[in-house]
Each structure stands twice: as C-alpha cells, then as structure tokens.
Design a protein around this ligand. Structure first.
Ligand code: AP5
Length: 209
C-alpha cells in the first residue's frame, strides 16, 4: 500500500501520517522532515537547502525523488509519503518506480485556517511531536505531552513571508497533482478542518475500504 498525503502547507498531513502509520503498521516518509535534517548538516549543500526551504520554495525534485526511492525499496508493508508528490515531474517519477497502485489523500482546508495552523505551529525539540498554540496546546504549559521535554522549536519557513511563497508553490505546482489523481480516480478527499481525532477516524475508515 502506497499512500500519498497531499494538501496545502499546515493542513495536518504530518500530524495524521504519524498516527495512521502507527495504527496501520506502515512506514512514514516526510520529505520535509528528512530535508530539514539534511539542511542542518553544516555542509555547503546543507546551507543551500536551508536557504531554499526557509524561502518557502520547493527543492529540486532529483533530491526528493532519491529519498522516495530509498523509502519504497525499504518499506515492507507499505508506506505513507507525506508531502510527496508535489509536482507533475514527481508524479511521473513515482508511477515509474512504484509497482503498486498509489492512493492519494487530499487534505482540504480553507486558506484562513491554513495561516493559523502554520503561524501557531511548534514542535518538541526532543521527540518531534507537533503542537499548535491556537488549536493543539501541550496539556501542561511548557512540557511535551509525549516525552516531557521543555525544549520546543519553530520552523524557519513558518514566517509570514515564507508562507506566501509556500502557498504560491502549492497553487502552481501541487494543485495540478491533485487534479491529475482526481482524473485517474485515485484521489480521496478528507475534510481537514475538523478535530484531530475525527480526521484520524475518517482516514482510517477510508483506507480500510
Ligand atoms: P513540508 O515539511 O512537507 O511542509 P508542508 O507541505 O508545507 O506541510 P507542513 O509540514 O507545513 O504541514 P502539514 O500538512 O504536515 O501540517 P501539520 O501536521 O504540521 O515541506 C517543507 C519544505 O520542504 C517545502 O516547502 C519544500 O521546500 C521542501 N519539500 C518537502 N517536500 C518536497 C517535495 N516533495 N518536493 C520539493 N520540495 C519539498 O499541522 C500543522 C499545524 O496544525 C500543527 O501546529 C498541528 O498541531 C496543527 N493541526 C494539525 N491537525 C489539526 C487539527 N485537526 N485541528 C487543529 N490543529 C491541527
């Protein structure tokens, strides 16, 4: 089973991918997360990557495609691709290298909510759990629910300026991906503007069909 979680920035792809991967025993590749780690390597390539990502632009498809190929080769039961494919070149690459049928899930969320989801996001520096200062706070102020760390981080590309660029990249490059899978009948849409646990339930039911 290869699942592609596609949707605008901040629509909850990463949050749900972690929960669904755990529930269904699938592996999970967040291209954004792997790229963020690479960007902090301190190498010249890492520095270029950091600048591109902080600006909100997409990085080169060649780099991302390699990550996906590795994930497909090492996944046993199936894999959630979180944030991939993001343009039509990546769609082509995926269909060429993936023997199984791809199910794509589109996270549909209105623009005004997207901005709050992004500007309110922070995550645990130790275990990576994602929170939101508007919608999804830690149970105890300043302490991670999962690992109790008190170190939290904010993403560089969650700035107001980068958000504009990320939404432009989404409109120009990723919307055609959604149209493509819809035309092939391979797209399922979920309402991403709902409580977190309801979305997990809806996704689970959809994927079990
Ligand atoms: P990436 O990390 O993939 O960022 P993104 O697609 O912009 O998506 P986000 O991570 O912002 O949001 P999300 O949908 O995962 O939402 P989340 O669960 O965090 O990519 C970053 C960069 O890497 C790109 O800009 C690009 O440069 C590069 N890149 C990555 N993949 C690439 C590719 N394929 N090709 C080229 N370049 C690539 O949730 C957001 C917030 O909302 C959180 O605070 C969360 O707590 C909260 N929240 C989640 N669900 C709910 C809910 N139901 N109710 C209330 N709050 C909620």
């Amino acid at each position: 089973m290869i699942l592609a979680f596609i949707g605008p920035p901040g629509s909850g792809k990463g949050t749900q991918a972690v929960l669904i991967a755990d529930k269904m025993g699938l592996s999970h590749l967040s291209t954004g997360e792997v790229l963020r780690t690479k960007a902090t390597s301190g190498t010249p390539d890492g520095d270029i990557l950091q600048k591109t990502m902080a600006s909100g632009k997409l990085v080169s498809s060649d780099l991302v495609n390699d990550l996906v190929l590795n994930a497909l080769q090492s996944s046993k039961k199936g894999c959630i691709l979180d944030g991939y494919p993001r343009n039509l070149d990546q769609v082509k690459f995926l269909s060429k290298h993936c023997a199984e049928e791809i199910s794509s899930i589109y996270f549909n969320l209105p623009r005004d909510i997207i901005v709050k989801r992004i500007t309110g996001r922070f995550s645990c520096a130790q275990c990576g759990k994602i929170y939101n200062s508007y919608f999804y706070k830690t149970k105890i102020d300043g302490e991670c629910d999962a690992c109790r760390s008190s170190n939290f981080i904010f993403r560089k590309d969650d700035s107001e300026k980068a958000i504009v660029e990320r939404l432009e990249a989404y409109d120009a490059e990723t919307k055609p991906v959604i149209d493509h899978y819809r035309q092939l009948g391979l797209l399922k849409t979920i309402n991403a503007n709902a409580p977190l646990s309801e979305i997990t339930e809806e996704l689970y039911k959809l994927l079990k069909k």
